[in-house]
Design a protein around this ligand. Structure first.
Ligand SMILES: Nc1ncnc2c1ncn2[C@@H]1O[C@H](COP(=O)(O)OP(=O)(O)OP(=O)(O)O)[C@@H](O)[C@H]1O
Length: 289
């Protein structure tokens, strides 16, 4: 299987945070969602994939190539949707288009105009007058108008109303129909990922936790619930995180088949863990109750 994005043992250290030995492969032809709690390192990782930030060590290959060798040709093939403000505030969208379009070898003006009309964003107003959602739509119009093979998005659905979020997911779905495109995007809105992602990569505290096919997550991860009387120290150790209340416990495991045989009574229930459960309990860790 061809990988469009490959990170190998990537490290990036800030004063109070670091990405540690981060390795990741993003497969061609699929939608991969990138999840993690606030501050887990999603934007930092995406910035390195986009070459906005450079790693301290490790290797990043995009389309099998490196930015050091082929920055221009790689960027020509990527559509970037970024949550920070990427527009010069004093310029109109039309003026931004005049700057951005010539940098892409396959710029498609009619496609761009189609999105501008569909997204109902004004071409002749200064971008400083745009709302967060309008900026996101404009950023999306640029990303989708130069026949990019790889679309990378940092929180594309944040700040969008439910109507446009749904519309965006439909656009991305349509885009995937030709089979050659790859989408890698971070999101907090896990229901959006339910709708569109084939694969999920999970980052926690700067470290890669897993990359799995969406459907395979539930083979390993589960929420186990039951009375406190079912627990002992040995069993508790085997949970990634466990929350106890007076009425019972609820815990996350990433090895459900192994864990469940530890329980000798039938008062324990096993439920599918949602992406939100996985992010929540992984962040929570081993702290008590
Ligand atoms: N340029 C920087 N200098 C110092 N620290 C930084 C810098 N950029 C990010 N950080 C820190 O790195 C950590 C990870 O930030 P990052 O934006 O990558 O997380 P995230 O997973 O995208 O979070 P969110 O979901 O809140 O956007 C944070 O603690 C942040 O303060």
């Amino acid at each position: 299987m061809e990988n469009v994005i490959e990170l190998h043992k990537v490290n990036k250290k800030f004063k109070k945070f670091e990405i540690k030995d981060f390795s990741l492969n993003v497969k061609k032809g699929f939608v991969t969602g990138f999840i993690g709690a606030n501050g887990a390192g999603k934007s930092t990782t995406l910035k390195m994939i986009m070459n906005i930030l450079q790693p301290d060590s490790g290797e990043i290959r995009i389309f099998g190539d490196s930015y050091q060798k082929s920055e221009k040709t790689i960027k020509d093939r990527i559509g970037i949707v970024y949550d920070d403000n990427v527009f010069y505030e004093q310029l109109t969208l039309k003026e931004m288009r005049d700057i951005i379009a010539p940098s892409y070898s396959k710029w498609d003006e009619s496609q761009f105009m189609k999105y501008i009309e569909q997204f109902e964003i004004p071409l002749k107003s200064k971008t400083k007058t745009f709302s967060k959602g309008m900026k996101m739509k404009a950023s999306l119009a640029f990303a989708l108008s130069h026949h990019a093979e790889l679309i990378i998005m940092d929180e594309p659905t944040a700040g969008l109303d439910p109507v446009f979020r749904r519309e965006l997911l439909n656009i991305l779905n349509d885009l995937m129909q030709d089979g050659d495109k790859t989408i890698f995007f971070s999101s907090h809105i896990t229901t959006d990922l339910d709708r569109i992602a084939d694969n999920i990569s999970f980052i926690h505290d700067g470290q890669h936790v897993f990359s799995k096919e969406f459907d395979a997550i539930e083979e390993d991860y589960a929420l186990v619930k039951g009375p406190l009387s079912s627990l002992n120290q040995n069993i508790e150790q085997k949970f990634l995180s466990i929350r106890k209340t007076s009425s019972g416990f609820e815990g996350l495991t990433n090895n459900v088949n192994h864990l469940i045989v530890e329980f000798s009574n039938d008062k324990v229930s096993v439920e599918k863990a949602s992406l939100e459960d996985i992010i929540y309990y992984t962040k929570r860790g081993k702290k008590n109750a």
